[in-house]
Design a protein around this ligand. Sequence first.
Ligand code: DQA
Length: 141
Amino acid sequence: MKLLILNGPNLNLLGSREPDTYGSKSFEDYFSELQFKFRNIELSYDQTNIEGELIDMIQKGQEDFNGIILNAAAYTHTSVGIGDAVAAINIPVVEVHISNTFSREDFRHKSYISPNSKGIIVGFGLQSYDLAIQSFLKDNE
Ligand code: DQA
């Protein structure tokens, strides 16, 4: 099983960015923990602040991976193009968010990703990614 974790804009700053909302751990540190915990899965991780690059990564992801765990960050709420990319590929995408976007500002309640996602995991801190990985494992039982 090969899974790709994709993070969108400003998530490169996890650890220092608004720690009350997003925690104080860097994603690189958390990713190492995930790799250790899920040693039987080939996990990859990439991040970009650029919308078109995220679309390229989603498109290319279907060549090499069984599924994508996507936190499109702010583009979740604005990007028809990323929503269309998720619809266009033939591997499942699980949408994740660290914070509970539904308990925040109204503009964060809209997602262009959700209608085309297999499922959505929102609001569990970094553990949202762990739960998303587990959702793929359940498929294979
Ligand atoms: C986020 C929620 C988004 O609304 C926000 O723009 C982010 C992070 C999250 O993981 O909680 O950058 O996707």
